[in-house]
Design a protein around this ligand. Sequence first.
Ligand SMILES: NC(=O)c1ccc[n+]([C@@H]2O[C@H](COP(=O)([O-])OP(=O)(O)OC[C@H]3O[C@@H](n4cnc5c(N)ncnc54)[C@H](OP(=O)(O)O)[C@@H]3O)[C@@H](O)[C@H]2O)c1
Length: 284
Amino acid sequence: MTRWLVTGSAGMLGQDLVAVLDQAGHEVTPAPRSALDVTDLPACRVAVRGHDVVVNAAAWTAVDDAETGEAQAFAVNATGAANVARACAEAGAQLVQVSTDYVFAGDARSPYDESAAQAPRSAYGRTKAAGEWAVTALCPRSWVVRTAWLYGSGGPNFVSTMARLAAERETLEVVDDQRGQPTWTVDVARAVERLVTGSAPYGAYHATSAGETTWYGLAREVFAGLGLDPDRVRPTTTAAFPRPARRPAYSVLGHEAWQRAGLAPLRDWRPALAEALPSMVPSR
Ligand SMILES: NC(=O)c1ccc[n+]([C@@H]2O[C@H](COP(=O)([O-])OP(=O)(O)OC[C@H]3O[C@@H](n4cnc5c(N)ncnc54)[C@H](OP(=O)(O)O)[C@@H]3O)[C@@H](O)[C@H]2O)c1
């Protein structure tokens, strides 16, 4: 039986990774931050020992705070990833490093393929790109799995925020000039399991839903899925909502590596959202 370790296991993705791997019959050790701080190399070495596969879902994910706290973000997203990678290489474990669309510039007009040039435009993106580089350099038996626009029942996210605001406000303005692929954490967790058990070649993969939309399009779909009038959502622009960290305007990722590996990529974002919504709004 494959023995898995999930770092950052109390996070939004980490929780679903543990649940999905457990349901698939794997032996899983959850390592929340309280049990394993990835900035501590000796602790990483102890935690990784005895495991065949490690999924590093630990990260500094406060994108705006990273603009003024890049050193702290770097400590987790780059040095922490390097520590986990070093520990995996020493223990002979395989590593799945979870990464992000923010490693790309976000100004393309067609989907970024897995080998597209990285040009992060935010502090968070720079630290995650450094983490990818460290993992690939230190642990050759590794996969970098980039995901984006995540939502899940285990943490705050855009979908749960829209569901909450729908109950509080009559109308909502949502940006309509950023494109991406809304992705359910459960689908990412299942994809990670497929990747590893399918013995896919090591390298970069994009674990985002098929299809694409804007935040406005996603908000409308959330309203419709909750049986509410989607016209209560109004389109606006990024310029109207300035944030400390620059957001990618175009974050659509291609999925060719899945096909080359003979594995199924993720499904379209709409049926995934329809399946996820009941678990995102538990009171309904
Ligand atoms: N959310 C998205 O839309 C999105 C998009 C693209 C990629 N990703 C990537 O997906 C992965 C999972 O993100 P998520 O959305 O699940 O974020 P999350 O909910 O913030 O989970 C990250 C987890 O890492 C933990 N952590 C922080 N510093 C740590 C440390 N030094 N040692 C160990 N654990 C630490 C956090 O603990 P505390 O809460 O206690 O700090 C948290 O439980 C990350 O690699 C992220 O970059 C996310």
